[in-house]
Write a protein that binds this ligand. Structure first.
Ligand SMILES: Cc1ncc(COP(=O)(O)O)c(C=O)c1O
Length: 365
């Protein structure tokens, strides 16, 4: 049928950036027993958050729209990061904020630089707004700030996207490397720094916040350490003039009320986040030990997952498919040479035990 889509939409492929575990379950006709493929938290939400949701759900909390200003949450976030409230914009997760950022800065034909095989939602939104993605390879399993910068200069880019820590390899860059990238940016080029996994960066310090630098946007989420991926809530920290731009285009009732209440409550639960960091560190060590026992090397991780080297791309692809048959949902990097790895998420004790039982046999050990 001849549907009168806008011209740009007519040019877009039928892209589905992620095949969700539910889709695979429907294809396989059974439920996964272990869900360790989407970098979700295995440890649930804070009790404070659970109580806030329960209370709201039992009264009229679900019938009311959320606060369009996200006032209380922004106020807490501002004091946590020692910035002003007008340096914070809350939205339905980083994915949504990435879309808004592309819409804010990219006109059709403009360039955005990212890494080959990096978090794909960026490419999805760049294509969706008619921009042009330029991707540079990883270097030694790290996103490569020097190559990102060179490409930004060569392609007159408006935005560079960098996830630190990175998905899918779990590596992170030291603050100096990011500061150098920032200082080398071409005129009118901004850095989108995706810090979805920042709470898990235990050894490398994070870049300190200079909120008055108008070249830097820092994206944070409640999906990972706070365990709220299904609630959809995250935020961006940036110069107040950039946040004013977000306020012109964001969906003002797009953050659901329960997510607002849960995020606000869980920030107050500092013991919770400390426990989660410890759980994740323990989980990573367990995955390292498993990789060692399988004689496979791994990439030390600053996230809640570990890239384990299977040694061959085809074998790694086959392994993911067989794991799914055995009830284990995992994912892997798509682009060579990282494609010879599988990405093993920190799971519950039971999920990990299933992996320990299943993997040796599948690897012929
Ligand atoms: C690097 C990175 N950024 C963002 C996200 C998604 O964040 P959110 O759930 O806040 O949209 C993910 C999820 O896996 C991720 O790996």
């Amino acid at each position: 049928m001849n549907i009168p889509f806008a011209q740009l939409i007519q040019t877009l492929p039928d892209t589905v950036p992620f095949v969700g575990p539910e889709t695979i379950e429907r294809q396989l006709g059974k439920r996964f027993v272990a869900r360790i493929g989407a970098n979700e938290s295995a440890f649930g939400i804070s009790e404070y958050a659970r109580d806030a949701i329960k209370e709201a759900a039992s009264e009229r909390g679900c019938s009311w729209y959320g606060d369009p200003e996200n006032y209380e949450l922004r106020s807490l976030l501002a004091s946590e990061h020692q910035v002003a409230m007008n340096n914070v914009c809350v939205d339905a997760g980083i994915d949504s904020l990435i879309g808004l950022t592309i819409r804010l800065f990219i006109e059709p034909g403009m360039s955005v630089v990212s890494s080959l095989g990096a978090y794909p939602t960026v490419n999805y939104h760049v294509n969706g707004f008619g921009g042009q993605i330029h991707s540079v390879p990883y270097k030694d399993n790290h996103e490569d700030p020097v190559a990102l910068l060179e490409s930004a200069h060569a392609n007159n880019a408006r935005l560079i996207y960098l996830a630190n820590p990175d998905n899918p390899m779990g590596t992170c860059l030291a603050p100096d490397a990011i500061a150098q990238l920032l200082n080398g940016l071409p005129d009118n080029c901004l850095l989108m720094l995706d810090e979805a996994y920042i709470e898990f960066m235990d050894k490398t310090p994070a870049l300190s916040i200079d909120i008055n630098d108008p070249r830097l946007l820092r994206f944070r989420t409640f999906s990972k350490a706070y365990g709220m991926a299904g609630l959809r809530i995250g935020y961006v920290l940036a110069h107040q003039d950039i946040i004013a731009g977000f306020n012109k285009i964001r969906n003002h009732f797009g953050v659901n009320r329960l997510a607002q209440l849960a995020a606000t409550a869980s920030i107050k639960d500092t013991a919770f986040i400390e426990r989660i960091k410890q759980e994740v560190e323990f989980g990573r060590q367990r995955i390292y030990a498993l990789a060692d026992s399988l004689a496979r090397n791994y990439v030390p991780s600053a996230t809640n997952f570990v890239a384990v080297n299977i040694g061959d791309e085809e074998q790694a692809n086959a392994l993911i498919a067989t794991l799914a048959q055995k009830g284990i949902f995992a994912r892997k990097p798509a682009i060579s040479p990282q494609s010879q790895y599988i990405r093993v998420g920190v799971g519950t004790h039971e999920e990990h035990e299933l992996l320990v039982k299943t993997l040796p046999e599948l690897l012929g050990l």
